[in-house]
Write a protein that binds this ligand. Structure first.
Ligand code: UD1
Ligand code: M6R
Length: 734
């Protein structure tokens, strides 16, 4: 995931060399998160100018680029604000123009680093293009920088010299999606804005003198009429923001992008009932002071601020940090930190405390987690949500996959769909094949890439070949992709890594937006691939009335998945105990599933093999009696998926075949399922209870206990979970 770092010094003299070193080192501390390019923005040699240096690749490549640009390291700054970024591409492949900082114009008037995704960037880009702005990157971030300039310029032309945080409020009115961002500007020298929504951001404070208080007051808009300008502020589409008896009437594009694009989106801004009215601006606040930064005698205090998306890059400098909340606008200038909000919410906190971090650096890198794999398992409530973000309208039960929309008519005409992948990605195809066939009514075959190539399988021009890959670089999958391209098939990618070979080479596709996966064992990519494939199947059937009810049930089921995954994660203590007792020192583990859960069984067994080095086999429950049953006795550990769907009676009968042979299965079942509750009492079986969802989504929840199980089996054996022997994260050889 992207990383943000910023450094502001006030009355603490620093050379440009020292400032650049601090920024670069801050980025190095963020490297563990995974990224593909980096950049910094600092003061240039001309008065109030900004120098941007950026490069694709690692921080070491940025260092080389800085050496090449060779800015004078000896110039000193008594006050300065620099910003920096590590980028994990989501909009546009990793190349220099797409690196952050992004800028508003060739003079670098507004310069931004941004984590997150702006979901309405296409609409904003169209608006700004119509206003004559020229875009140089494919990023969504560039539209934020240009929006800053646009709003600054039009308000300036109307006689408003807006404060930096006021300008930011106008910008935030226009953008949708998630963001953690820093902005610096030649119009506001030595000032920086930090704001967030759904993306973490914190500010470290370092000062020689003790802070007067350990909190910062939250500043709300002036509710009196003091300081209000006589003419209204101007929004992005050129319309006025009117103030009327302290109620703000905002020109907004939020609900109606079309109206926004046509420039007639002026709507009367009604507010949520629990929000108090706000005034249109707050000119007098510039002169208020933040109590924490007041010195005894009122003289300015030397201070340094470290802004970051991650405490790991701040802790070396200071342990005093303030965590921003969603919609906070932090404004740093003249050695003070101010927190502004656009509206006063009933019951919301009026202060942000400056906390002392007790953690050490190594702990923070992985947060509270011991390994990346564990962290990534725990990220699934968020990563599954991010896969759906901006793509599913849960109110209208509709799906909008921007990368596939134009291709859907062609795909619907296909005679068959071939899904091609390796390892875990292959399992996500198996897991969704049935729902794909049910919704699209097109036959789907699922292929292991290497076998597909070995067989030189026939491919036709009217075939649709879907390539699923976390890394987007797996050699077998890439070779299979080239093979199908040569034969004229239409190719679709389901890929996590934007700018990867498979993402670029396919005709179209879906980025799963799970964020970088660092642990070799694929976990959050699996659940996000699964969801992306289900959304693909839903999109293919959105013209079929006969599927309406089924589609609605699935979409409403998807809505609950992130919170249900969170629920499943609570099983960890029980799973940990099973791994330390019943499953400890076992040589082999069978995993039984059928229907939708066959893929869960295969994926669970792969996780256990690759991380814990224990033999494990996913078995189709219907095949048990055809051979595997011979292995079953009172000693063989066995896990069975017994969640409810139309195949439940058959699964039940398979598990009874096991218990009849004195087997003691661990059954993954739905919460409070009476059948299993009773069996747990009468037969010797354990249960792991997961919430119930729609049949075709149940695998998203059922896989989580097995991810945790493989993790704890490996940890108990002292295995380096993130780097299991003989395996690589990205398999770029055949
Ligand atoms: C795009 C943006 C997203 C933004 C949204 C707003 C990118 C990368 N994504 O998302 O950040 O929030 O618009 O409207 O800019 N593609 C392939 N092969 C693949 C994967 C994708 O060719 O394996 C293509 C798609 O067809 C599409 C482009 O890459 O042309 C971006 O795909 P995706 O990120 O999935 O598109 P959106 O969800 O629309
Ligand atoms: O990057 P890809 O999804 O193409 O990788 C495919 C497999 O190499 C990968 O899923 C592998 O099986 C994982 N290590 C399993 O956890």
């Amino acid at each position: 995931m992207c990383g943000i770092f910023g450094y502001c010094n006030y009355l603490v003299e620093k050379s440009r060399g020292e400032i650049m070193d601090t920024l670069v080192e801050g980025l190095e501390r963020l490297e563990y998160r995974g990224y593909d390019s980096t950049g910094i923005a600092i003061d240039g040699d001309e008065l109030d100018s900004t120098l941007i240096i950026k490069q694709i690749g690692k921080v070491s490549a940025l260092k080389k680029e800085i050496a090449k640009v060779n800015p004078n390291r000896d110039v000193t700054f008594v006050s300065h604000c620099g910003i920096a970024h590590t980028r994990w591409a989501t909009h546009g492949e990793p190349k220099q123009v797409n690196c952050h900082p992004q800028r508003s114009d060739p003079n670098n008037e507004f310069v931004i680093v941004h984590n997150g995704i702006i979901t309405n960037f296409r609409e904003l880009k169209t608006l700004l293009l119509n206003k004559g702005y020229k875009f140089e990157s494919e990023t969504d971030t560039e539209c934020i920088a240009k929006l800053f300039k646009h709003l600054y310029d039009i308000n300036y032309q109307n006689g408003h010299e807006l404060d930096f945080h006021e300008l930011t409020k106008l910008v935030l009115l226009e953008i949708e999606g998630s963001y953690g961002l820093l902005c610096r500007s030649s119009h506001y020298p030595n000032e920086v804005i930090a704001t967030r929504k759904g993306s973490p951001l914190l500010i470290g404070v370092k000062s020689e003198k003790k802070l007067k208080v350990d909190f910062v007051d939250v500043e709300f808009p002036d509710e009196s009429n003091l300081g209000r300008p006589e003419t209204p502020l101007i929004a992005a589409n050129g319309k006025a923001i009117h103030s009327d008896d302290n109620n703000i009437t905002v020109t907004t594009n939020k609900k109606n992008p079309d109206a926004f694009l046509n420039g007639n989106g002026h709507s009367s801004g009604s507010h949520d009932d629990n929000l108090l009215p706000i005034a249109a601006n707050e000119f007098n606040l510039r002169y208020s002071q933040s109590r924490a930064f007041l010195s005894e005698d009122g003289s300015p205090t030397p201070v340094e601020f470290f802004l970051s998306s991650d405490a790991s890059s701040v802790i070396k400098h200071t342990k005093k940090v303030l965590f921003l909340e969603d919609d906070d606008i932090a404004h740093i200038y003249d050695g003070e930190l101010h927190i502004h909000r656009s509206r006063r919410e009933v019951g919301a906190s009026m202060t942000r405390s400056i906390q002392t971090l007790e953690m050490e650096l190594a702990q923070i890198m992985k947060g509270p987690y011991k390994h990346f794999m564990q962290k990534e398992i725990y990220e699934q409530p968020e990563s599954t949500f991010n896969t759906m973000r901006g793509r599913i309208d849960f109110e209208n039960n509709s799906i909008n996959l921007g990368g596939l929309k134009a291709w859907l008519p062609a795909i619907r005409r296909a005679r068959r769909i071939i899904m091609i992948a390796c390892g875990t990605s292959y399992h996500s195809c198996l897991a969704t094949r049935a729902i794909f066939e049910e919704l699209s009514e097109i036959p789907v075959s699922v292929e292991l890439a290497s076998d597909f190539l070995d067989r030189k399988s026939p491919v036709f021009r009217d075939d649709i070949c879907v390539f699923v890959s976390q890394s987007g670089e797996t050699a077998d999958t890439m070779l299979a992709l080239n093979y199908t391209l040569e034969r004229g098939a239409l190719t679709v990618g389901i890929v996590n890594t934007v700018g990867s070979s498979i993402s670029r080479a396919t005709h179209c596709g879906v980025h799963i937006n799970a964020g970088p996966e660092i642990g070799v064992a694929s976990t959050k990519a699996y659940t996000s691939q699964y969801i992306a494939l289900v959304m693909f199947a839903l999109s293919l059937s959105d013209d079929r009335v006969s599927k309406l009810e089924r589609r609605e049930a699935i979409i409403q089921g998807l809505k609950l998945i992130p919170s249900q995954v969170k629920q499943v994660l609570k099983l960890e203590p029980k799973i940990k105990e099973l791994c330390a007792t019943k499953l400890a020192d076992q040589k082999s583990l069978l995993i039984l599933g059928r229907g939708y859960q066959f893929a869960s069984a295969l994926e669970g067994a792969l996780k256990i093999k690759e991380i814990s080095y224990m033999h494990s086999e996913g078995v189709l429950a219907g095949e048990l009696k055809h051979g595997v049953l011979a292995l079953v006795d009172e000693n063989l550990p066995l896990i069975a998926f017994g969640t409810r769907d139309s195949l439940f009676p058959k699964v039940l009968s398979s598990i009874e075949q096991v218990t009849a042979r004195k087997g003691h299965p661990i059954v993954i079942c739905n919460e409070n399922d009476e059948v299993w509750m009773e069996k747990a009492v009468n037969s010797n079986l354990e249960t792991l209870e997961v919430p119930q969802t729609v049949d075709c989504l149940q695998g998203l929840l059922n896989i989580v206990p097995l991810q945790l199980m493989s993790y704890w089996l490996a940890v108990n054996k002292g295995i380096d979970v993130d780097f299991p022997r003989n395996l690589a994260k990205s398999v770029t050889v055949e």
